[in-house]
Each structure stands twice: as C-alpha cells, then as structure tokens.
Design a protein around this ligand. Structure first.
Ligand code: IPM
Ligand code: MG
Length: 501
C-alpha cells in the first residue's frame, strides 16, 4: 500500500530507535531528466510488492529552480525530510565546472549522511561482465575531503582546493563500514588512501582505519595505496569484499566498480546518517534519454530495496530484489544491458511490469537474496571524545603572489621584514624547495610559500607576531594571499615538512 501526501509525525528520534511502523512515511523526489520515469516504475513495483509506504513528494532539482528556489530544493522539503527521515531520490542534474554547488552534495552534508553504501555485484552470465564472481560493497565517506568545495583563485596562475578531513568523521565512517561488514556476513574490509603523498589527510584516514579495524578481529583488514588498489579492483575485483574510502576516491571507484560489475545503470546507493537516510541510483539524470521510456530503472529500484531494509521492511526488500533477479536472469533487459544473452528488449515501464509479474518468485541461477533489518547496523554517533592535544605555535607559512621567477629576488624582499620575531627559513614553489637551496631547472609559477620560523633567541611565537609580520608586509606592498600557522600537537609537527627539515 503506497499512499500519498498524508501527514507524518514530527520528531527527531533516530530511525534506528523506532519500532517497525505499520506504514513508513517517506519523502520522494522525482528529480530531472529520466528521474520521473524511473521513479514511476520504481514506485509501481514497491506498491505491487506490498511495501507499506506513505509517500510525500518534494520538489528538488530543476523543478525547484523553476519555482524560484535557486538552491534546487524547496525550503519546505527540509521539514519533510526531517519528519520522514527517509528520502528516495531520483537523479538531479549537477552543473559542471560552474554554477551552484551540487544539490546531491548539499543534501548529504546538510543532513549528515556520512556513509554512502554502494553494492556492486555481477549478474553473470545474464549481464555482460569481465568479472563474474565480483561482489563488492563500496562504502564511501560522504561529507568531507575535497567535497567541502572550498576553492580559491589566489594569483594570476594558481587556484587551490582545500581537502578537509576530520578524525571524528573518518572514525564514524570506518566504524560504520566494519559494522556493515559484520551485519552482512562479509569477511574483509579494504581501505585505500594515497598516504605516501598526503601524509596528513590520507595518513589520518589510514591510521584511524588501523585503530578501528583492530576492534573487529573477526574481519580481515587491509590497506592499499589507491592507485594500485584501483588497478587491482579493475583486474581482480573478486579479491575484494567491503571497500572503505575517502570521498573522492569513493566517488571514482564506485563508478569503476559499478561498471565492472555490469552497468552503472544498475548501481544503487544508500546515504546513511544518524537521523535521516537518502536512497538513490548511482547514475546521473541522463537528459538525452529523458522521455524515451528507454532508461533502466534498476539503480533506483535497488536503492529502494536498500531503503526497505533500512526502514524495517526486509521481507518486502527481498521480495522485490528476488523478483528483479529473476527478471534479469530470464533475459528481460533494458537497452543499456541488452546483449545476445537477452531474451526480451523492454522499455522502462515494461521492465517494471515484468518485475511485478515475478513478485513472489526467486532466481534459479543467480543467488537469491535474504535481508535482515538493516536498522541493526549501528549508526554510531557516540564515539569516545578525542583527547585535546597540547598545541603550540612555532611559525607561519605566508603565501605570496610574486610575479618574477627568481626565488632569490623574493627572499631579498622578504628578509628585511621578517624580524624581530621571525626569520625566513625557506621558500617553496608548488611545494618544491627553491630557496635557500634549489635546482635551476625548477619551473616557478607566481605562487610562493614562504616559511617563517622563530628568529634566533626567540623561543615563543605569539599570534601577535604573525599579525605584525603581515602588517609589515602590507606596508611594504608585499602581496600576501594567505597564511597557515605552523603548530605542534604534543610536540609532533602538525604540518608537512620541507626538504631538509
Ligand atoms: C555520485 C555523483 C555525485 C558525487 C555528483 C552528482 C555530485 O557522482 O553520487 O557519485 O560526486 O558524489
Ligand atoms: Mg559519482
């Protein structure tokens, strides 16, 4: 039974604490492009399968923009999400390289949907794949990393993007991944980072992984550098089980994994938070396919299956998923997965009809699925607080826009303004030491990082010293564009070191 637009209780209890309701209120967003048609197909299957849902439609994406909400979400939708705690969302269009922030990213972050769970399973021999044994779940961090979207142009030549990662955010995600692995009978969790290069950001994610994984001795834990990890995923995906990844690597590798398994058109995604969860297809809004009844609704349908398990309707989840598996193995395929193994080429709505016709059946070749109540997976927000470190200011990096290519010319200009608190220790250009030592071949752009450490005899640097340094630079028309304080935390440097330090 799917009813529409009924009122729903307004409280902020986590979904995981609720008893199974007779009817679960959910919000539904039809999205853009192929969104409305795959949503219609999905809701028809859910209804026929006996899902007990009370659907409230909300406008997001182009529909909301057309109503004058430039953020792409109508303000009343937030209230609906807070009340229902569950959103089934079709794809919305994301502007590339310009325009407003992505709505997907805004919703994930605004509602604290910290874990993005993306199962990628092969359906061989019915759907073409190079890796018939593949059955990987990508669990992607969903709120941090370069997705903070904090970017600046600082000089004529250079732009920057901040990669922000927190220990608490990393821990919560990694803990969720381990709990997920345990609850779903998975044996191994693999973390991938690039901590040979990003020793502080990725290094922290890796370290937290080691710490948390040690609490799950029943799970095999492994870490791979993400480049070789991605290569192994592409060539030997059957050696992986659950992957836990920072946001950007997770974005990239979940598309890779979905395509490897069969088609990104079948990949689904659950965005899990402590209070709200959002379920969506991994693919985009495919505007070129819109209105043609040709899109594969499977990604959204399987996201709805994840949703049913999450809201405490696991038997309906299994009923839909098994009917879908049966449909796929009988060769009833949409154009995107059509192959010589197919028996029938169908459009979006006909595919839904074929799934509905098989409700109650299980696959006979592919492995049938069973679901337990996914609310059993702990969404841990009560982490032990991280201890506060003894933090000491020991210098400052001042970034300068300087238009001549000679580092020694810049050093000559800076040095007279460094004292009394500081002396100029080194200059790097795009992270390469160019002064006092350097190689004549190094190409220098107009963006220089100038590191100031305490002058001889000065034992304690104060914030006032940094402000005074900058005031002297301003008076001398030295174009500083940003600063980063150099701190130690319990005597350990909280910054990357230059060569020779
Ligand atoms: C995804 C998408 C989004 C992302 C885009 C649409 C913002 O690629 O869900 O993987 O980058 O997270
Ligand atoms: Mg993506």
């Amino acid at each position: 039974m799917v009813t529409f637009n009924a009122t729903v209780p307004d409280d902020t209890t986590p979904a995981s604490a609720l008893p199974t309701p007779a009817v679960t209120p959910i919000a539904v967003a039809e999205g853009d492009g192929i969104g409305p048609e795959i949503m219609q197909a999905t809701l028809r299957v859910l209804d026929a399968a006996g899902a007990k849902l009370d659907v409230q439609h909300i406008a997001v994406g182009v529909a909301a923009q057309a109503r004058g909400f430039s953020s792409g979400i109508e303000p009343s939708a937030w209230g609906a999400l807070r009340r229902t705690k569950v959103l089934l969302k079709a794809p919305v269009s994301t502007p590339q390289g310009k325009g407003l922030k992505s709505l997907n990213v805004t919703v994930r972050k605004a509602l604290g949907l910290f874990a993005n769970v993306r199962p990628c399973r092969a359906y061989a021999p019915f759907v073409r794949t190079l890796h018939p044994q593949m059955d990987v779940v990508v669990i992607r961090e969903n709120e941090e990393d370069v997705y903070a979207g904090i970017e600046h142009r600082q000089t004529d030549d250079v732009v920057q993007c901040l990669k922000l990662m927190s220990a608490t955010g990393s821990e919560r995600l990694i803990r969720y991944a381990c709990e997920y692995a345990r609850a779903n009978g998975r044996r191994k969790v693999t973390c991938m980072t690039k901590d040979n290069i990003m020793k502080m950001t990725d290094g922290m994610f890796h370290r937290v992984f080691e710490e948390v994984a040690a609490e799950y001795p029943d799970l095999e834990a492994e870490h791979l550098i993400v480049d070789i990890g991605a290569a192994r995923l592409a060539t030997r995906p059957e050696t992986f089980d659950v992957l836990v990844l920072p946001n950007l690597y997770g974005d990239i590798l979940s598309d890779v994994a979905a395509e490897l398994a069969g088609s990104i058109g079948m990949a689904s995604s659950a965005n899990i938070g402590a209070h709200v969860a959002m379920f969506e297809a991994v693919h985009g809004s495919a505007p070129d396919l819109a209105g043609k009844d040709a899109a594969n609704p499977s990604g959204l349908l399987l996201a709805a299956v994840q949703m049913l398990a999450h809201i405490g309707q696991p038997s309906v989840a299994a009923r839909v998923h098994n009917a879908w598996l049966r449909t796929i193995e009988e060769g009833v395929h949409t154009p995107d997965i059509h192959s010589p193994a197919s028996t029938m080429r169908v459009g979006t709505q006909r595919f839904a009809d074929e799934v509905i016709a098989r409700l109650g059946l299980e696959p006979t070749h592919l492995k049938p699925v069973r679901y337990t109540d996914a609310r059993a997976v702990a969404v841990s927000t009560s982490q032990a607080p991280r201890p506060t470190a003894r933090k000491e200011l020991i210098g400052v990096d001042v970034f300068v826009h300087f238009r001549e290519p000679q580092p020694s010319a810049l050093a000559t200009i800076l040095k007279p303004h460094a004292g009394p608190a500081f002396s100029l220790q080194m200059i790097t250009n795009r992270g390469v030491m160019v002064w006092p030592d350097g190689q004549p071949e190094t190409y220098c752009t107009d963006h220089w990082r100038c590191r100031f450490r305490p002058a001889p005899g000065n034992t304690a640097v104060r914030p006032q010293d940094v402000a005074a340094l900058l005031a002297r630079f301003a008076a001398a028309n030295i174009e500083f564009i940003k600063t980063e304080h150099l701190y130690t935390f319990n005597e350990v440097a909280g910054f990357s070191l230059g060569q020779g330090e």
